[in-house]
Design a protein around this ligand. Structure first.
Ligand SMILES: Cc1cc2nc3c(=O)[nH]c(=O)nc-3n(C[C@H](O)[C@H](O)[C@H](O)COP(=O)(O)OP(=O)(O)OC[C@H]3O[C@@H](n4cnc5c(N)ncnc54)[C@H](O)[C@@H]3O)c2cc1C
Length: 520
């Protein structure tokens, strides 16, 4: 905090911290609104976790959905969201997200580089009121790599490229297409400037308002004045072991698939100037298949197998949406029922590999998993139990009970298959995920908990303005994405919630800054 006049090195209207999808939406909106905008990214690539992602956005009643005749209503979407999220977060914040998603997308689609298509993806709480089996989810249209030109070199590649050296794809899909398209749109904006390797360090506060930031420029402190405000859209703190421990975030960095620069400085610096935070123990969760390097990766689309705890018993609906399943894993661990790694038990009917459609990072050769102790095999269930260290009689009883459910067509314990999402990966028309475990030899694959990034952060109002503990906004400071305490609280209502809300609150922040008077 500054007591004497600040010796600024540079000035702009809007300073955006981070370069994930939301940050770039906010920057685009600010620049198109006539504001000189600087984006500072800590790493040597733009895109953050958003570049790894599916690029999906959950935005009810948006134009892309309407183009294909979607008959959803905002009232229905609100009823669903409320039923799932409850009162854990401010209604004002929930409504801001719901009411502005379609408007934000209208803004994006005015740009020739930004095109979105519907990707039907069921809501994650299929039994909640007004859940939609077809979802409320859109994705960016694919993009030919050549269209990006030199920008390809500054776009963070997908996780398989970073983790196991997979070849770069020839067509940009999903999060790659989203960041690629936003970079193209920003390149056309004379008022927008994007900088790599420029980590944000501190907010500058004058008379109780954030008037700029200190970043590192070529290793030296550099003070940038932001006349309209600063948008913190720098992801979560999933890669910061000290913050994870301080705020009690379950799991480890080895199970995190968030981007490498996400150390939470934009959140911690906010706390230092009096900002309130919320949901700090929360993340977007998932089961994570363990790889030979000891890292667990976000995994979804289980077309068979059952998860068992330390007693050899099932503890959840294995086909539930990944965040719900992740929460069951954490709960079972807290209850003392589950130790990690825990195991997926499956048979040979679909082959030797675990029945997982999207392990995020592709599986490498089986021998490496066997050598790491992450794959087990036996001719009998009792033999497999000995391999994975669970009681043989209990595992045999669990498998027999499961096979009975499969024969009856109903999972009487966890209702696996009871929601549209449970059946989504089971082929055209959604078959049953009740797949018996009968054909030996029998297998087990090791799993742990994975997170896609933390979701606790700076508490905001419905305009994305960061709040103090007393509920008053800190003038000049806004937050979005995983730097912001998530509107969805302790839930993940549907695919595309993280990026959808990140984009909406960044756009709202930019809109507020466009409407605001400069801080002189
Ligand atoms: C495989 C995968 C698939 C997913 N699919 C989807 C999906 O389809 N839809 C969806 O909604 N969500 C999805 N998610 C989750 C989603 O990608 C993230 O929650 C979301 O992208 C986070 O956005 P963000 O802008 O908050 O952070 P990020 O996208 O991680 O961006 C943060 C950026 O800020 C930078 N930064 C951090 N600290 C500083 C600093 N001090 N100074 C400057 N820069 C800094 C980081 O380097 C990073 O580039 C997926 C995640 C994964 C891993």
């Amino acid at each position: 905090m500054m007591g004497s006049p600040v010796d600024w090195n540079e000035e702009c209207d809007v300073l955006v911290i981070g370069s994930g999808g939301g940050a770039l939406v906010g920057a685009l909106a600010a620049a198109k609104g006539g504001l000189n905008t600087i984006v500072v990214e800590a790493t040597d690539r733009f895109g953050g976790t958003t570049a790894y992602s599916g690029g999906g956005m959950w935005l009810p009643c948006n134009a892309a959905l309407k183009r294909i005749g979607d008959d959803d209503t905002l009232d229905d979407a609100r009823e669903y969201y409320r039923a799932v999220v409850g009162d854990r977060t401010l209604r004002e914040v929930q409504d801001a997200f719901l009411d502005n998603g379609a408007r934000m997308l209208d803004f994006l689609e005015q740009d020739p580089h930004l095109e979105f298509v519907v990707y039907p993806w069921p809501d994650y709480y299929g039994k909640a009121a007004k859940a939609r089996a077809g979802g409320r989810h859109i994705c960016p249209a694919n993009l030919a790599v050549d269209t990006l030109g030199d920008l390809r070199n500054v776009l963070r590649p997908v996780l398989p490229v970073e983790r196991i050296g997979a070849p770069l794809p020839e067509e940009l899909e999903a999060g790659q297409a989203l960041i690629g398209r936003l970079l193209l749109a920003l390149r056309d904006q004379p008022r927008a400037e994007l900088r790599l390797e420029t980590p944000f360090e501190d907010y500058v506060v004058e008379d109780g308002a954030v008037t700029g930031v200190v970043v590192r420029k070529q290793g030296q402190p550099w003070r940038i004045r932001a006349r309209r405000g600063v948008l913190a859209a720098a992801g979560g703190f999933e890669r910061n072991a000290e913050m994870r421990s301080r705020f009690g975030v379950p799991g480890e960095i080895s199970g995190c698939v968030g981007a490498p620069g996400n150390f939470g400085r934009a959140i911690a610096a906010g706390m230092e100037i009096g900002a309130d935070v919320d949901l700090m123990g929360e993340a977007w969760w998932s089961p994570g298949i363990l790889h030979p390097d000891g890292r667990a990766t976000f995994s979804l689309g289980f077309t068979g197998g059952i998860f068992v705890d330390a007693n050899g018993e099932r503890f959840a609906n294995e086909s539930a949406a990944y965040d719900r399943l992740g929460r069951e894993i954490i709960k079972a661990e807290e209850d003392g029922r589950l130790t990690r790694p825990f195991w997926m038990v499956y048979d040979s009917s679909a082959g030797i590999e675990p029945p997982v459609i999207f392990p995020t990072v592709p599986l490498v050769e089986r021998e490496a998993y066997v050598a790491a102790g992450y794959r087990k095999q036996a001719d009998s269930i009792e033999g497999l139990a000995a391999e994975i260290g669970v009681p043989a009689d209990r595992l045999a009883a669990t498998v027999a009970r499961w096979n009975g459910f499969c024969d009856a067509g109903k999972d009487a314990d966890f209702d696996r298959g009871g929601e549209a999402y449970d059946r989504f990966f089971m082929g055209e028309g959604g078959g049953s995920p009740l797949v018996p475990i009968k054909a030996g030899p029998f297998h087990a694959a090791a799993f742990s908990i994975s997170d896609l990034g933390t979701k606790g952060g700076l508490r905001t109002d419905g305009k994305a303005r960061v709040l103090r503990g007393d509920g008053t906004p800190i003038r000049g400071l806004y937050a979005a994405g995983n730097s912001m305490a998530a509107a969805s609280g302790q839930t993940y209502p549907g695919g595309g919630n993280p990026i959808g809300s990140c984009a909406v609150f960044s756009w709202l922040a930019a809109s507020d800054m466009i409407a605001a008077l400069p801080q002189d």
